[in-house]
Design a protein around this ligand. Sequence first.
Ligand SMILES: Cc1cc2nc3c(=O)[nH]c(=O)nc-3n(C[C@H](O)[C@H](O)[C@H](O)COP(=O)(O)OP(=O)(O)OC[C@H]3O[C@@H](n4cnc5c(N)ncnc54)[C@H](O)[C@@H]3O)c2cc1C
Length: 337
Amino acid sequence: MFKIEIADNPNSYECPSDDTLTRAGLRAGLGLSYECNVGSCGSCKVELLSGTVESNWPEAPALSDRDRAKNRILGCQSRPTSDCRIKARVLDQYQPPRRPQKFSATLMRSLQLTPDMREFQFALQAPVDFLPGQYALLYFPGVDGGRAYSMSNIPRADGQWHFQIKRVPGGAGTEALFEKLSEGDTIAIDGPYGQAYLRTDSPRDIVCIGGGSGLAPVISIARGMAATPALAGRKLHFFYGGRRPEDICGEDMLRELPGYGERIFYHPIISMPEREDPAYWAGKVGFVHDLALETIGKALAEHEIYFAGPPAMATAVQRMLIQEKVPQAQVHYDAFY
Ligand SMILES: Cc1cc2nc3c(=O)[nH]c(=O)nc-3n(C[C@H](O)[C@H](O)[C@H](O)COP(=O)(O)OP(=O)(O)OC[C@H]3O[C@@H](n4cnc5c(N)ncnc54)[C@H](O)[C@@H]3O)c2cc1C
């Protein structure tokens, strides 16, 4: 166990040699800045002022040669090998609403959602709490590093955590999950993480925007809203985009919620139709952020907005929300990589 001190901060914390600087800090309740937790975004960069660390992933894309020259390291990938002193951003917005923990979980069931997306349902040894919209790190046997996946459910009495995962061709994590993991197998999970969780104290209606692999967190937000008495009067518009009709899913999950069709509305759209034929697809064609703007218009700025999906979609949604002057405090997302 090593002691980690933070410059200009009265708090220090303990980090075991098999944990990372960022995650051990979050487990201790400190608001160390981070976002993706998988070495891709760079939000967790800290300066190593003294001490030594080893990196889980020295080639992680978020660290540049300039960073290395300045003794900057990725807190989410760095395991201490001595006591350390770091210069880090510690902010209230990163303070974990639920402290993350490591546990093992057994795959109970998996369900096909679309040709390349499945829901994986894991049973935990003991329930671990999380907030709708948060994510976890899943560790698959034989795969270097954890993979981040959002929970699609809300906390349940039986403690199950569900994930909706899109298979990525050539991806090490999804290949191990889709091809090698069987029902009854146990994996290591670490969570919950993320800042895009449901705000239950907001007086605003909700817009959810999901694209492709970004279904799970926004389904969890919708389920969370429906289950929260304080949000009983809120409306929710749920936009979901895929490339082709067979990629579109999620409506059946929303239909199960009380208020579907009255205060919960589903708006699907596809971006790459193969032909013009109402028997093939009679709905909207285009990008999901354009559909949200077309449907909600200027009133977007009066909503609480949650979105998730691949980087290109997330960038387009962000640009649209800035153009529409939606206050940043009302916008909630964890970038996918
Ligand atoms: C916050 C967040 C939430 C997400 N939620 C979902 C979701 O709900 N559903 C979904 O389908 N996808 C989700 N993703 C994407 C998912 O995490 C994977 O990137 C995707 O499934 C591809 O993984 P792969 O292993 O198949 O591909 P790969 O190309 O093998 O791996 C890509 C990912 O793994 C990380 N990585 C690669 N090599 C290493 C290494 N050696 N050590 C450590 N990390 C490594 C990369 O940073 C990258 O994130 C989410 C991503 C993030 C960041």
